[in-house]
Structures are given as C-alpha cells and as structure tokens.
Design a protein around this ligand. Structure first.
Ligand SMILES: CC(=O)N[C@H]1[C@@H](OP(=O)(O)OP(=O)(O)OC[C@H]2O[C@@H](n3ccc(=O)[nH]c3=O)[C@H](O)[C@@H]2O)O[C@H](CO)[C@@H](O)[C@@H]1O[C@H](C)C(=O)N[C@@H](C)C(=O)N[C@H](CCC(=O)O)C(=O)O
Ligand SMILES: Nc1ncnc2c1ncn2[C@@H]1O[C@H](COP(=O)(O)OP(=O)(O)OP(=O)(O)O)[C@@H](O)[C@H]1O
Length: 515
C-alpha cells in the first residue's frame, strides 16, 4: 500500500484533472497513508480537502498530524510547506488516487454491482446467499445494512452509507482481498455517482433494477433527469449488464448499456407475461407459481441461447415473502450465474435468505400481526401494502410511518398517496427528521391524506406510535412499521441518536401486553 508523488501526478494528468502542482523536493517520495479526515491523518500521509463543510483549519491540523501532501481544488496558505496537487475535481481525483493507493483491489475480485430505486439490498443479499457457499465463504458485500470484508464475524460491520466514500470503498476492497475474498456484491447509489465515489471503477456485472422518482431535493438530485443520469452511469461502467426489462425508461436504460457494452453481453429479464417492445429479446423470464405468506415459488426460464449457457434455469423457492422479491431474486440468480454458479446451487443458496428489516414478522396475541419493513417511498409502500391486501384478503391495515428530513421530500406526498390507496389507519411519526421540524414533516404527509379513507393520528415519539398501533390492532389486522427496517439510529439535528430498532420496540410492547 502506498503511492509515489510521481505516480499521483501521472494519474491526474492522464485524466486531465491536474490544474497545478507545488512539489517541495523529490518526486519519488512515497506516502503511506491516505485520508480526507484530519483527525485520522498518520505520518507521511496524503490529505484530501473535500466536502461541503471543509474548513482550511482541517488542512492545518492534517499538516500538524503528519500529512506531507494535500490534494485540493484550490491552494491554501495552511498547506504551505506541503506538496500540493491542485485538481479540477477533488472527488474524481480522490477516487482515482484511492484505487491506485490500494493497488487496484477490484482486479482481484469478481464484482457484481446493483443500482435501482428499490431492491438493491435485497438482490445483494440474495446474490451473496447463493455465492457464499459456492465460493467457500469468500463473497464480500457492501450494502446499506452491513459491509462484509472477510469470512470472520469481526470482519462484518454496520454500514453508514449505501456506497462509501471512494477512499473507504477501495480501503475495504483491499481488506476483502487481503482476507481472501474472491467475489464482491455491492450496492451503488445514485449519490455514489453524483459524488464520484466510484469514479473509475469498472464492475464485472452491473444491474439496473428499476427507477421511480425518489432522492430528489436540494441535498440529493435537483431533478429526476439527474437521478436517472446518475443511475445509468453504472451500466456504462460494467463489462456485462443485466437490466430489468420492465423498468420505467427501459429504452434510455438499454441505450446507456449499449454505449459501452455489446448486446451479446447485455442480459434482460422480465416476468413471464411481460410483452417486450418489438425487437427486444428477453433472456430470462420468471413465472410466478405461488407468492403467498409462507413462501414464493417461481420458475426461471431461458429465452435465448446466451441465457441457456448460464445453466441457471429451474424451480426456485424463497423464504423472503413479497411478490416483488421474485424480480429481485431473478436478478440475483443471473448475477450469481454470471459469477459461475449453476443450478441447483443457485436454488439451494437463495431459498433461506433473510434480510434484516425486510418483511420481519411478529404475531401479537389477541392483536394483529406486525411486519417491520424498509418500504420508504411511494413505489415500495404500494408494492408492500398491495401484497398484504392480496394475501390477507382485504385486511384492516394500520401503518406507522414517518419521512426523513433534509432529503427525499417527494416521499411525503408519496406516503399519503399510498396510504389513501391501501391503508385504513395511519400513525404519522418520526423517521430521521434531521434538521427539519418533525411536526412540519408530519403536516406535509397529512396534507395529502384523505380523512375519509384513512384515520390519522400524529405521534412524533416513534416508540409511542408503535405501541398505540399495536394496542389498537385487532386479531386479523396487519400493523406495518414502515421505513426504518433494521436501522438502529434516529438522525436528529446532526446527531445519530440510538434507536433500539422497530422490531425490538414492537417486542417490548408485546412483553408489556403479556404483563
Ligand atoms: C453529499 C455527500 O456525499 N455527503 C457525504 C460526504 O460529505 P462531504 O464530502 O460534504 O463532507 P462533510 O461531511 O461536509 O465534511 C467535510 C470534510 O471535512 C472533513 N473534516 C471534518 C472535521 C474535522 O475535524 N476534520 C476534517 O478533516 C471531513 O472528513 C469531510 O471530508 O462525505 C461524508 C463523509 O466524509 C458523508 O458522511 C456524507 O454523507 C451524507 C451525510 C449522507 O448521508 N449522504 C446521503 C444522502 C447518501 O449519500 N446516501 C446514499 C443513499 C441514497 C441513495 O439511495 O441514493 C448512500 O450511498 O448512502
Ligand atoms: N423490486 C421491488 N419493487 C418495489 N418495492 C421493492 C422491491 N424490492 C424491495 N422493495 C421494497 O423496498 C424496500 C427496500 O428494499 P431494498 O432495501 O432491497 O431496496 P434498496 O434499493 O436497497 O433501497 P434503498 O436505496 O432505499 O436502501 C423493501 O423493504 C420492500 O418494501
């Protein structure tokens, strides 16, 4: 691990990123640590000045702590006496230099990457579920929930971001390789492209699952077009592409894939009865046989010669219920197939996969059945509630939900719309209010709810809201604790306050009810 100043300059020049440089002495000096956080600088380090809240004082601190080189979009007096690399785009520069600093760990991993508005985490867990036994426990995973960089329990930890900052990403990839991992399944958020966290990274297989309006607002994407553009970048950076042919904007998505990938290396999947546009051959189709409250069963069929060659067709069962998970599973099976897995290993591996915070169930004696689920926008809430409506034959649905502050503002209207369509009762509560007023967020959700269709209570204390919902429920009712999944924090005014998780709170309520 390490990089010389000379190598840095060459890489930056090659990508037309170097504006100017100020080199103090010898170019062959090798630095041995790299960070963007002055509090983590080690001796002989390179320091990246990046971020909305960056202050020049951090560079001063970094210098005091042993940094000898800084990379920045502008020169700072605080960096006098250090080598300076002034670049056109700090995040692009950081990503390229991070890959080089950690000696291109992606070259030693088979990387399967997922993007999409919904289903990334689920598909990533499904893929790892198949590949882990096939690779002898050597499949790493970078997901919204956790990051797995090795086979030992201490090599698995909770994630902060869906896709980490480039420097952290390549660091964790290097650890995975050094821990003997051979495969990596990762989620790539649209923010990862917006913020150049994966700039220069190429995947062996890149997936486009779906797109619906989300993550649009002042702190994320200015427009839907920008959101779509960022997501499409994954396909441009993948050697093989897999696309859900049923996604909205399919033509744009397919066109993006073909800009860098030959149609021979693009795989399309869809449900059995989907009518494909003229001239489009669907490689894989999944035919649902049963998607009930116990299991999903479906058949995967190949529609083209290249699909047949993967040897992954056959009957499949999923323990993770929710009919939409058949589409996620289909993606994961193709991903694992392209990584070398074949049937029946693919069927064995996926059958019992469970995912923290997705479709977790709790029966409450003398009350309803509780589900904790990470549904947190219009599309996922509709998919979830529609599944319950169908499987439980028009149950009374009680939903506990809130919407985060500072991001995804369209979710507020989306929740109201989904509740109007499918729920009878709602408790509007807190979910990471951030720097916004919780009551304002609740008011914005309520503004869209039709009181003739849904009875609403606002209870901003999430634990109390969960308790009220469960206590009120009758046998046969469905109580949905939506939006937080297995999240163990509430983000309030810049502070990540511990949250026991929705399921733990629900279990406490049940314990109290039992007396
Ligand atoms: C917009 C964005 O990319 N934000 C991320 C980014 O912030 P930033 O680069 O602006 O940095 P900053 O937090 O303003 O801090 C300024 C800099 O000063 C440094 N610093 C700070 C203090 C100090 O004493 N010394 C010091 O050097 C910090 O290390 C940092 O580099 O870098 C931070 C880590 O350095 C991240 O925590 C932060 O994620 C924000 C909080 C976040 O939550 N982003 C969300 C929207 C996100 O990316 N979500 C997607 C999923 C959404 C989707 O599905 O699309 C994700 O991939 O997780
Ligand atoms: N294919 C799908 N279509 C619609 N809704 C889905 C689909 N897959 C999952 N969901 C719903 O979305 C929720 C989140 O799923 P998952 O975590 O897999 O998505 P994600 O893309 O990782 O989401 P995020 O980017 O918000 O972390 C699930 O709990 C479920 O309610």
């Amino acid at each position: 691990m390490g990089l010389t100043l000379e190598a840095c300059i060459l890489i930056l020049k090659e990508h037309h990123l170097l504006k100017s440089s100020a080199i103090q002495d010898n170019l062959s000096q090798k630095f041995t640590s790299a960070t963007y956080d002055s509090r983590k600088v080690a001796e002989n380090g390179i320091f990246f000045c990046k971020g909305a809240k960056f202050r020049p004082i951090y560079l001063q601190m970094a210098k005091n702590n042993g940094a000898t080189v800084y990379v920045s979009e502008q020169p700072y007096a605080e960096g006098n006496g250090m080598h300076a690399l002034i670049v056109r785009n700090i995040r692009k520069a950081m990503s390229l230099l991070a890959a080089a600093f950690y000696d291109y760990p992606q070259d030693d991993l088979f990387v399967v990457a997922y993007t999409g508005t919904k289903g990334k985490t689920t598909s990533a867990y499904f893929t790892r579920g198949i590949l882990n036994p096939v690779t002898n426990n050597r499949t790493a995973m970078f997901s919204t929930v956790e990051r797995v960089v090795g086979p030992k329990p201490e090599e698995q930890f909770l994630s902060d971001l869906t896709t980490p900052e480039s420097l952290d990403l390549f660091h964790d990839m290097r650890q995975a390789v050094d821990n003997g991992m051979t495969h990596l399944v990762m989620e790539v958020s649209s923010q990862a492209y917006k913020k150049n966290r994966v700039f220069g990274l190429t995947y062996d297989v890149g997936f486009f699952l779906n797109i619906t309006p989300d993550h649009i607002g002042p702190n994320e994407h200015p427009t839907f077009a920008d959101y779509l553009h960022c997501k499409l970048q994954l396909l441009v950076n993948a050697r093989k592409c897999v696309i859900n042919a049923e996604t909205d904007y399919f033509q744009e998505v397919y066109a993006a894939a073909t800009t860098t990938t030959s149609p021979d290396s693009i795989y399309l999947f869809a449900s059995a009865d989907y009518q494909a546009p003229a001239g489009i051959d669907i490689d894989f189709r999944f035919a649902s046989q049963e998607a009930d409250l116990a299991k999903s069963r479906f058949k995967l069929e190949a529609g083209t010669l290249k699909a047949e060659q993967l040897k992954i067709t056959g009957e499949y069962e999923l323990e993770l219920i929710g009919d939409y998970n058949e589409s996620n599973a289909c993606a994961a099976i193709i991903g694992a197939g392209l990584a070398g897995a074949t049937y029946p290993d693919t069927a064995k591996g996926i059958a019992n996969v469970q995912i923290p915070g997705r479709m977790e169930k709790l029966d409450v004696p003398n009350h309803g059945r509780v589900y904790v689920d990470y549904a947190h926008n219009y599309a996922s809430m509709v998919a979830l509630l529609s599944f319950f409506k169908k499987e439980y034959h028009q149950p009374h649905i009680i939903v506990v939900v809130g919407s985060p502050g500072d991001k995804g503002v369209s979710r507020r209207e989306g929740f109201a719309k989904a509740l109007n369509q499918l729920a009878q009762r709602a408790f509007i509560t807190n979910d990471d209010p951030g720097f916004e007023e919780p009551q304002d967020i609740a008011d914005q959700i309520i503004a869209g709810i039709d009181p003739n269709k849904v009875e609403v209570t606002v209870e901003l204390d999430r634990a109390k809201a969960i308790e009220l919902a469960i206590k009120e429920s009758q046998p046969g009712d469905i109580v949905v604790l939506a939006g937080k999944g297995s999240d163990a924090e509430q983000k309030v005014r810049g502070v990540n306050t511990p949250w026991p998780t929705d399921m733990v709170v629900a279990k406490d309520v049940v314990a109290k009810l039992r007396g």
